[in-house]
Design a protein around this ligand. Structure first.
Ligand code: ADP
Ligand code: ZN
Length: 348
C-alpha cells in the first residue's frame, strides 16, 4: 500500500482497497452514523461492498444516490442531502463518505463542510479525474445558474482511499478525460510523469501515474493553500478550456476534452511567440492523441475571445495565463484583456 498526505488528508492507494475500506476508515473515524453519497452507476457496482464493510464494524450506514452527471452538482441536490442528515439527527461528529467521480466528490465535500459547520469526511474516488484531481486539495463546490463551481469551500477530508482497480469499470471516454489532467500535471511540474504517459503503457504504470499526479497537486497546493500563487499553475489549459465548455454549454465537450484543447491551443500560440521550446507543441499533441483527446477546437476566434474574457479568473482587466517553457516547466504570463486578443490572433 502506498501512503501520502496532502495538507490535512491521508491518502492510501492500493488495488482492491475498496473491499477492505472498513478497517482503514475505522483507523481514522470511530463508528458513527454514516451517509454514503454515490451516483446510481457507481452504486450499482461498489455500494454494497462499502456498506457491508462499514456495518460489519459498527457504523450505522445509509446511502443517498444522485443521478449521474454534472446537473446533480446543484443546490437542490445539496439541500436534499442536508434534509436526510437532519432527519437522521446526524451531527458534526458523524460521517459523510463520497463514493464516485468528481461530481459526487465535489457535492459531498461541500455538504460535509457546511452541515453543522463541518462534519467528518472520507472520499473514495472512483473515476480517474476524481482520484488525481477532484478528491485532492480540499476544493469542493456546487454549480449555480451563473456558472460552474461558483459556490464552494476549502475543506479537507480526513482520509482518501484510492483503488486503481475501480478504473476497470470506468467508461474509456471518462478515463481519457481524467488523463488530460495527468498530462497537465506532467506539463507544468513533472517531466518524468509526462514521459511515462508519452512512452509507457498506461495500465502497467497506473499507480505511478496516480501518485505522481497527486504529488504535483500536493506540492503546488501546499506551497499555496489559497489559490493565488503557485496553485494557479494547475490552471494550465483551463482558461481556454473553461471558455470552450461554456460555449458548448457544458454538453458538447467534457472538461478533460476542453482542457486538452486548451493546453494545445495555448502552447501552439506561446511557441509561435518564442515563449515555449519549439518541440513542445508536437509532443503535447502526440500524447493527447494517444489517449484519444481532441487538440483543436471548432469554435470561432471571436466566440472564444468573448468567452475567455468573461471568465471569472480575470482580475482588474488582467488575465493570468499559464504557459509552459518546456515540459515540466511552467510560468505565469500576466496579460491585459486587450493584449490577450492579440495573443489569440498569433495562432497560425
Ligand atoms: P468526473 O469524475 O469526470 O468529474 P463524474 O462524477 O460525472 O465526472 O463521473 C463520470 C461518469 O463516470 C459518471 O457517469 C459516473 O457514474 C461514472 N463512474 C465514475 N466512476 C466509475 C467507475 N469506477 N465505474 C463505472 N462508472 C464510473
Ligand atoms: Zn480541470
Amino acid at each position: 500500500m502506498r501512503a501520502l498526505s496532502v495538507i490535512k488528508s491521508k491518502i492510501l492507494i492500493e488495488e482492491n482497497i475498496i473491499s477492505k475500506c472498513g478497517k482503514l476508515i475505522l483507523n481514522s473515524v470511530n463508528p458513527c452514523k454514516t451517509l454514503i453519497v454515490s451516483d446510481r452507476n457507481v452504486a450499482k457496482i461498489y455500494l454494497n461492498i462499502v456498506s457491508r464493510e462499514l456495518e460489519r464494524l459498527g457504523f450505522q450506514v445509509q446511502a443517498f444516490l444522485i443521478n449521474p452527471g454534472e446537473q446533480s452538482k446543484s443546490f437542490e441536490v445539496a439541500e436534499k442531502i442536508y434534509n436526510v442528515l437532519t432527519l437522521n439527527f446526524m451531527s458534526r461528529c458523524d460521517l459523510i463518505i463520497s463514493l464516485g467521480g468528481g461530481v459526487v466528490t465535489d457535492l459531498s465535500g461541500f455538504v460535509a463542510s457546511t452541515y453543522h459547520r463541518g462534519m467528518k469526511l472520507v472520499h473514495i474516488p472512483t473515476s480517474f479525474l476524481a482520484m488525481i484531481d477532484a478528491a485532492i486539495g480540499g476544493k469542493n463546490g456546487v454549480n449555480s445558474n451563473y456558472g460552474k463551481n461558483l459556490i464552494g469551500t476549502f475543506y479537507h477530508p480526513s482520509l482518501i482511499l484510492i483503488d486503481p482497480l475501480a478504473l476497470k469499470t470506468l467508461p474509456s471516454r471518462e478515463l481519457c478525460c481524467g488523463i488530460a489532467e495527468a498530462i497537465k500535471c506532467g506539463c507544468i511540474w513533472d517531466k518524468e510523469l509526462f514521459k511515462i504517459l508519452e512512452n509507457q503503457n498506461f495500465y502497467n504504470n497506473i499507480n505511478e501515474i496516480i501518485i505522481r499526479s497527486i504529488k504535483v497537486k500536493k506540492e503546488l497546493a501546499e506551497i499555496d493553500e489559497q489559490d493565488f500563487g503557485s496553485r494557479m499553475l494547475l490552471n494550465f489549459g483551463h482558461t481556454i478550456g473553461h471558455a470552450l465548455e461554456k460555449i458548448g454549454c457544458y454538453k458538447k465537450i467534457s472538461h478533460g476534452e476542453a482542457v486538452s484543447i486548451g493546453m494545445n491551443e495555448i502552447t501552439r500560440i506561446s511557441e509561435s511567440m518564442n515563449l515555449t521550446r519549439f518541440e513542445v507543441p508536437q509532443r503535447l499533441k502526440t500524447v493527447c492523441k494517444k489517449y484519444f483527446l481532441p487538440t483543436n477546437n471548432n469554435f470561432s476566434r471571436s466566440q472564444l475571445q468573448k468567452a475567455v474574457l468573461h471568465d471569472k479568473k480575470i482580475l482588474n482587466g488582467y488575465l493570468n495565463l499559464v504557459l509552459i517553457k518546456d515540459i515540466g516547466k511552467s510560468f505565469i504570463y500576466k496579460i491585459s484583456d486587450k493584449e490577450f486578443i492579440n495573443f489569440l490572433k498569433n495562432e497560425i
